[in-house]
Design a protein. Structure first.
Length: 274
């Protein structure tokens, strides 16, 4: 039984025992993530598939993010098994921190990541690497790695293939998490009187302090503020258009704006761009 099938089966067999529900959800999570690692290798042409699971790391500060590599497929050694990865370290830690896919054609030569895990990566003879966070709203259920034993740039086809597997796994994980807890009944919305549309010049701007943007979000925002299109920004930064769109949406959400015009104005008023 695959991970998604396990989630569907348990969703259909709800229980009134909270402890049993939590344990069942954990089993579904393990099945889904283990299946994800195997399918990255079988269906996406990767040599090694890894999945990091968010967990509190020993010795970490309260509130800090991290994960442990709990699932794998295609490995030759065990140096990448059960490895703790704090947010921001290595390629997977960067994807966890930035909430966005990231990749390098040659892990060992990459200058945009830390190199805390070079020995383990070299032991597996890995070079090209792609990491995709399993995002459900603001919740990260894990990070999947697709790695190759050759130096090669990741194309949109392979990135999309891994992204689709990650999205399917995320849906299964979100369903299992919901199954293990009682969902609050939504309140019936109260009718509201229509409000007059506020003139654009009076649209409220976020006040300081401005939520911190990631380095990539700031880079994309800086180019967008100059009027560049998404394809132009993608070409300038070496990203895909979908990735640029994702960074812009994330920046808009953090700054509380609705479109590129408001984004540019708010960024300038907040001092994020000159």
């Amino acid at each position: 039984m695959t991970g998604p099938e396990a989630a569907d089966t348990l969703t259909a067999a709800r229980t009134d025992d909270p402890e049993l529900a939590v344990r069942a959800a954990e089993l579904v999570r393990d099945a889904v993530l283990g299946d994800l690692a195997r399918r990255v290798v079988a269906e996406c042409g990767a040599d090694v598939g890894l999945v990091g699971v968010p967990e509190p790391l020993p010795g970490s500060r309260p509130g800090s993010e991290g994960m442990v590599l709990r699932h794998w497929a295609g490995t030759r050694a065990d140096l990448l098994h059960d490895v703790p990865v704090p947010a921001g370290l290595g390629l997977g830690g960067r994807a966890l921190a930035e909430r966005a896919p990231t990749w390098v054609p040659d892990y060992r030569a990459a200058t945009t990541i830390s190199h805390h895990y070079d020995a383990a990566v070299a032991a597996e003879d890995l070079y090209a690497m792609l990491t995709v966070p399993l995002m459900d709203g603001g919740t990260v259920h894990g990070v999947v790695y697709a790695s190759l034993r050759t130096v090669v740039p990741f194309g949109d086809v392979r990135i999309c293939a891994v992204g689709k597997l990650a999205a399917a796994a995320t849906r299964a994980l979100a369903g299992a998490a919901a199954w293990s807890r009682e969902e609050p009944r939504p309140e019936r919305p109260r009718p509201e009187e229509p409000r007059p549309e506020r003139p654009r010049s009076q649209v409220p701007r976020p006040t300081a302090p401005v939520p911190p943007l990631t380095r990539r979000e700031h880079e994309v925002l800086r180019w967008a503020a100059t009027g560049r299109t998404n394809p132009e920004i993608a070409a300038q930064l070496g990203l895909t258009c979908n990735t640029v769109t994702g960074y812009l949406k994330s920046a808009m959400h953090k700054l509380g704006v609705r479109n590129r015009t408001e984004l540019a104005l708010t960024a300038k008023e907040s001092g994020l761009v000159s």
